[in-house]
Write a protein that binds this ligand. Structure first.
Ligand code: DGY
Length: 342
């Protein structure tokens, strides 16, 4: 791994040799971190350069020995209050993942903290996941799987678990960045008409995949599959709300591989209950995870995965490498390899 060969960042002198910079690791939603449970690749690579500490340990050590970097491996909030607890020496927040909606970028900027993330290395894995969810919902795979294992499956029946066509239908992609474009590429293999809605036009999407730029309303009314791939921002919060769901076809399937807050969860429950849309396939939730008693968990027309978009062995290795590289560059005061727009 290239990152492992980088020069050790500046460390304070300490008896017995230079001290490795302290890095707060956030690996647990409640920030009760056990550094031993961190991905062994990340741990073993970083051990040479830095000392990973939990929040409890970091707050014990600050301000005398402050944390110099934060490594976020999950979606726990990183805000001004947390950064202030750490003793004022943080120079970089490195996020293992492309979405940084859980990191308060303004709070980082005012504290001169740079933020890194891991785009690119997870694009194909996440688009594959979107496609897997779309196909699974279209062909009702989870319901059929359950039936195929049960005692009721004793003979062939031609009219059970009928799904929806995918090939030749219309897909509407909301968010035409890297992952949205990779979803569009897959749709061409299924001879689908591709509509997209995005902040700006996607030259590559239009040129390479014949994607048609359209308004949100136009996309919602014309699509058989609506796939959410946009970042979670104040502008995209509840972009799929009760009004949007009403505009969709009754036969439409909604796929969310973006972030939970992009969809109004209550409105989605109502739309699925009343048949306003056919079904939904969700990899992300609001709140995430949903309470175990939530209505969506009981609905057969909503299929789910526990935020697995980039969860392949290959993507995880790339994410580990990139977030380590960003972390070490940030500590060394160098320009990060990948940084979200602030
Ligand atoms: C991402 O890359 O944003 C994934 O959701 C994992 O955080």
């Amino acid at each position: 791994m290239q990152a492992a060969k980088r020069a050790r960042p500046q460390a304070d002198a300490a008896p017995g040799g230079p001290r490795r910079p302290l890095v707060l690791i956030i690996n647990d939603h409640d920030r009760n971190d056990d550094c031993d449970s961190v991905d062994p690749i990340i741990r073993s690579t970083l051990d040479e350069h830095v000392e990973l500490v939990s929040l409890a340990r970091a707050t014990e050590l600050a301000p005398a020995t402050p944390v110099e970097a934060v490594l976020t491996l999950c979606h726990a909030k990183v805000d001004g209050a947390l950064l202030d607890l750490l003793g004022g020496a943080v120079r970089v927040v490195s996020n293992y993942g492309v979405g940084v909606d859980h990191v308060d970028l303004d709070a980082c900027t005012v504290r001169s903290i740079v933020v890194g993330h891991t785009p690119g290395v997870l694009t194909e894995a996440t688009a594959d996941m979107g496609w897997a969810l779309l196909m699974a919902a279209a062909r009702r795979i989870p319901e059929a799987d359950k039936f195929a294992r049960g005692s009721g499956y004793t003979r062939y029946q031609n009219m059970i678990y009928l799904g929806r066509a995918v090939a030749g239908t219309t897909i509407g992609i909301i968010g035409m960045g890297r992952i949205g474009t990779a979803v569009a590429k897959r749709a061409t293999g299924f001879s689908m008409k591709i509509l997209y809605h995005n902040r700006s036009r996607s030259e590559a999407g239009e040129r390479d995949f014949g994607a048609e730029f359209c308004s949100l309303d136009d996309l919602l009314t014309r699509s058989d599959y609506v796939v959410l791939v946009c970042p979670s921002t104040p502008e995209t919060r509840h972009i799929i709300n009760a009004q949007a769901l009403k505009k969709m076809k009754k036969s439409a399937i909604l796929v969310n591989i973006a972030r939970g807050p992009v969809v109004d969860t209550d409105a989605l429950v109502a739309a699925l209950q009343t048949g306003e849309i056919d079904s939904a396939a969700l990899d992300v939730f609001d709140p995430e995870p949903l309470p175990r008693s939530h209505a969506l968990l009981k609905m057969s027309n909503c299929i789910m995965a526990p935020h697995r978009g980039s969860a392949t062995i290959e993507a995880r290795a790339g994410m580990a490498q990139l977030c380590i590289e960003n972390l070490l560059k940030g500590l060394a005061g160098e320009k990060l390899t990948a940084s979200p727009e602030c």
